[in-house]
Design a protein around this ligand. Structure first.
Ligand code: 5GP
Length: 182
C-alpha cells in the first residue's frame, strides 16, 4: 500500500509500522480480546491522548459489548525524554468495582506510566486489570509489566503517528514513523 500523508516533512523519518500492518494487527488483537472475554463486557480504559486512535480502531475490532473510559496522565510534553513523573490530569468517570478492565496504551517505553496506572486502578477493586499496548520498546524488561496484549515491538527511535505526537503534531498520521526533528 502506498504511504500517504506528510512524507514531505523533513522531520519525519522511516515508517516503523505501516498502515496495513496496523490494520491487520489491530484486527488480531480485537479477535483475541473477543475470545478471551466472551460472555463479559470489558471496560476499555484509554490513556489520553496517545491511545485514542488505537482505542477507536481496537474497540471496533472487538465483537463483544465494551464500555469506554479515559484517563489522562502527564507524559513527555514536548520533549522526547521521559520525566519519570506520572500525574493524573484527568481521572476516570466510571466506578471500576468488579469490572474487567483493559488498559489501552499507545506505547510502553520505560514502563513507568503503566506501572503507576496499574497500581492506581487495582486499588479501585476491579475484577481484573489487563493491558493492551500497541507498541512496546524493544529490550524493555517485560516480566514485571505483565503485558497481556502487545501490538508491535519497536526499536529505540522516537515515533509519531496513529495517536502519538510531538508537541501535539502528527497524531493524525495513519501510520507510525520515526521522528527525526529536534
Ligand atoms: P513510559 O512511562 O513507558 O516511559 O512512557 C510512556 C509514555 O511516553 C507513552 O504513553 C507516550 O505518551 C510517551 N512515549 C514514549 N515513547 C514515545 C515515542 O516514541 N513517541 C511518542 N510520541 N511518545 C512516546
Amino acid at each position: 500500500m502506498e504511504v500517504t500523508g506528510r512524507r514531505d516533512d523533513p522531520a519525519l523519518g522511516s515508517v516503523v509500522v505501516a498502515e496495513d500492518a496496523l490494520r491487520a494487527r489491530v484486527a488480531e488483537l480485537g479477535a483475541q480480546i473477543s475470545a478471551d472475554y466472551a460472555g463479559r463486557t470489558p471496560l476499555l480504559v484509554g490513556v489520553l491522548k496517545g491511545a485514542f486512535v488505537f482505542m477507536s480502531d481496537l474497540a471496533r475490532a472487538i465483537t463483544l459489548p465494551v464500555e469506554f473510559d479515559f484517563m489522562a496522565v502527564s507524559s513527555y510534553g514536548s520533549a522526547t525524554k521521559t520525566s519519570g513523573v506520572v500525574r493524573i490530569v484527568k481521572d476516570l468517570d466510571l466506578d471500576l468495582s468488579d469490572r474487567h478492565v483493559i488498559i489501552v496504551e499507545d506505547i510502553v517505553d520505560s514502563g513507568l506510566t503503566l506501572q503507576y496506572l496499574r497500581r492506581n486502578l487495582l486499588a479501585r477493586h476491579p475484577a481484573d486489570v489487563e493491558v493492551c499496548a500497541l507498541l512496546v520498546r524493544d529490550g524493555l524488561q517485560q516480566d514485571d509489566l505483565d503485558l497481556r496484549y502487545v501490538g508491535f515491538r519497536i526499536p529505540p527511535a522516537f515515533v509519531v503517528g496513529y495517536g502519538l505526537d510531538v508537541a501535539e503534531h502528527y497524531r493524525n498520521l495513519p501510520y507510525i514513523c520515526a521522528y527525526e526533528g529536534t
